[in-house]
Design a protein around this ligand. Structure first.
Ligand code: B12
Ligand code: SF4
Length: 503
């Protein structure tokens, strides 16, 4: 069979281009099953095209891409993405089914199960993958079109009389080593993806840690799944699974030898669930002296120990990103983070003291957020800055956004903040949006809290290191912005005054 795999464009303000690792894994599994695979990364092509043809609208570009996809020679269409890929995928499926209704369509990734009802009611999609797709696609290709056998595949939803039915839960071994190395050669523009990744990472780093133009970067998943259930996060299953240390060391050697990789970026849900394993992995990486630097996301402060951090540093880990989210215990509890404010504080401090670049994610505007919880978050960060631990460059602020399939999204449905998921997905695609006021405070209030906090952080940080010019420039820069908005938006003056006064 010829299998065409599509990474769709995404709705909303998302400009982020990443290598479609999910499809690279699936393409390899397809080939292993003895079939042909081709990937078209429409999201990537859109951004490449946008740079050369500013005038073409996204819609016009998508129409051209759909025509091109329909012209391809394929017997199975597979699409994988996060939920914001829904609208483009819906159009592609319609066009493909109009051309030949017998071509089967299979959907995977975050948008699969979280939008099950939409696929069922609004499209002619035939199959949904519940979780990992490597084994599912191989079994699918082995048995297609035998319906009875298809219904026996673990983790596959099959449309039957209009409804998606699955009789077997996904088969998810805790040891991930049964999954082959992804075959990156399938991407025509691998070097370009690496350049884009490098620039993205550099945008998040202080100058002394920036990567050079020689650095070659790829993403990696060392573990899959997360046992927690934070209210804004989406998971289909909560089993944490991982590769063995031997597998990962061999894979890293392979990446080094074949692609000359010098930097890896982990895309695990939560890499630290088994800290003994992570510590041992780090020790082994240190002894192998591969010279690969690793940037991680998905750190959880309550897993941190000094020993772990020390070993990670020796093993090549450079950057650690913590999901701190808030400086208010009330908000941490509402989000079901299962961490405490002091754990977060100590983990940031320990990470910096052990020589890692620590990045912190904060999320504002969750239901229950009020001026006092905002002030607590501000005070938390300002305290860290005042001790010279971090400055505003270490922090990313996001605004609460419910993604389908999360508890937060259900809250929005229950409170009639959103009633039509399809409509919602047209432009609401990430925390960057904050189109919906979930906490009773306008976006402006939250934005001001961010500006005031950054102002205070950089000022305090500058004072700590006696860099008075830095402290002053931060004060003037952020202060001017603040004054401008106070004049422009008198209706929120009083709330902001309260914030400045007490944070
Ligand atoms: C890298 C990443 C991104 C990248 C883009 C990733 C991409 N592929 O397009 C960037 C940084 C841009 C990004 C942005 C966001 N992301 Co993100 N991101 C991830 C992350 C960390 C890794 C994805 C990945 O490659 N995983 C590894 C691969 C191997 O796993 P996989 O993608 O699940 O693929 C497997 C299966 O799903 C299946 N499969 C997937 N596709 C297909 C296709 C076929 C045909 C088949 C058969 C099977 C199949 O098989 C694959 C192999 O087993 C995941 C978390 C995670 N660890 O998965 C979150 C995640 C995908 N992101 C998520 C979210 C919410 C966001 C943001 C909204 C964050 C934000 N708050 O702003 C934005 C979205 C912006 C937008 N406008 O859409 C959610 C998605 C929720 C959902 N319902 O879709 C996730 C799951 C995180 C979470 N737990 O909440 N993200
Ligand atoms: S935010 Fe992090 S800890 Fe919470 S459920 Fe998601 S991956 Fe797990």
């Amino acid at each position: 069979m010829n299998v065409l795999l599509i990474n769709p464009t995404r709705t909303g303000m998302d400009t982020h281009v990443t290598p479609p690792m999910h499809l690279v894994y699936i393409a390899h599994a397809v080939k292993r099953a003895g079939h042909n695979a081709k990937i078209i990364d429409v999201h990537y092509l859109y951004f490449k095209n946008k740079n050369t043809d500013q005038l073409k609208s996204k819609y016009a570009f998508e129409c051209e891409m759909i025509d091109r996809i329909v012209e391809e020679d394929f017997d199975l269409l597979g699409v994988g993405a996060i939920a914001s890929g829904y609208h483009f995928t819906k159009r592609v499926v319609k066009a493909v089914k109009e051309k030949d209704p017998k071509i089967p369509v299979i959907i995977g990734g975050g948008m699969s199960m979280s939008l099950k009802d939409l696929w069922q009611e609004k499209t002619d999609v035939d199959f949904l993958v519940e979780s990992d797709g490597e084994t599912v696609i191989q079994r699918f290709l082995d048995v297609y079109p035998d319906k009875e056998e298809l219904e026996n595949i673990h983790g596959l939803y099959v449309r039957s009389n209009g409804e998606f039915i699955s009789t077997h839960k996904p088969d998810l071994p805790r040891n991930l080593d049964y999954i082959d190395y992804p075959d990156w050669d399938i991407l025509d523009n691998l070097d370009d993806y690496m350049d884009i990744q490098r620039e993205w990472i550099n945008g998040t780093l202080p100058s002394e840690l920036r990567l050079s133009s020689e650095d070659r970067v790829l993403p990696i998943v060392m573990t899959r799944g997360c046992p927690y259930k934070c209210t804004f996060c989406y998971h289909v299953n909560s089993i944490h699974r991982k590769h063995s240390i031997e597998y990962l060391v061999d894979y890293l050697k392979h990446l080094k030898e074949k692609y000359n990789i010098s930097v890896l970026q982990t895309w695990d849900d939560l890499i630290m669930v088994d800290r003994r394993w992570l510590s041992d992995l780090s020790v082994e990486l240190a002894s192998q002296k591969l010279g690969i630097r690793i940037f991680t996301s998905g750190g959880k402060p309550n897993f941190i120990t000094r020993e772990l951090l020390r070993n990670m540093k020796k093993g090549g880990f450079i950057r650690l990103s913590y999901g701190v989210e808030s400086g208010s215990q009330k908000m941490l509890d509402i989000m079901k983070k299962r961490t405490t404010v002091s754990q977060n504080y100590e983990a940031v401090k320990a990470g910096v003291e052990e020589g890692l670049f620590v990045h912190i994610n904060m999320v504002l505007g969750m239901p229950g957020e009020d001026l006092s919880t905002l002030r607590e978050s501000s005070a938390f960060l300002v305290k860290l800055a005042g001790k010279g631990i971090i400055n505003s460059k270490n922090v990313s602020f996001s605004y609460a956004t419910g993604y389908p399939g999360t508890e937060l999204y259900q809250y929005m449905v229950d409170h009639k903040i959103v009633s039509d998921t399809e409509e919602y997905l047209k432009n609401q695609t990430g925390v960057v949006g904050y189109k919906y006021n979930l906490c009773g405070h306008q976006l402006k209030i939250l934005e001001h809290m961010v500006k005031i906090t950054m102002l205070k952080m950089d000022f305090m940080y500058g004072l700590y290191y006696r860099k008075y010019a830095m402290a002053l420039s931060g004060l003037i820069r952020n202060g001017l912005k603040l004054v401008a908005v106070l004049f422009l938006a008198p209706d929120i003056k009083s709330s902001i005054k309260k914030l400045i006064g007490k944070s």
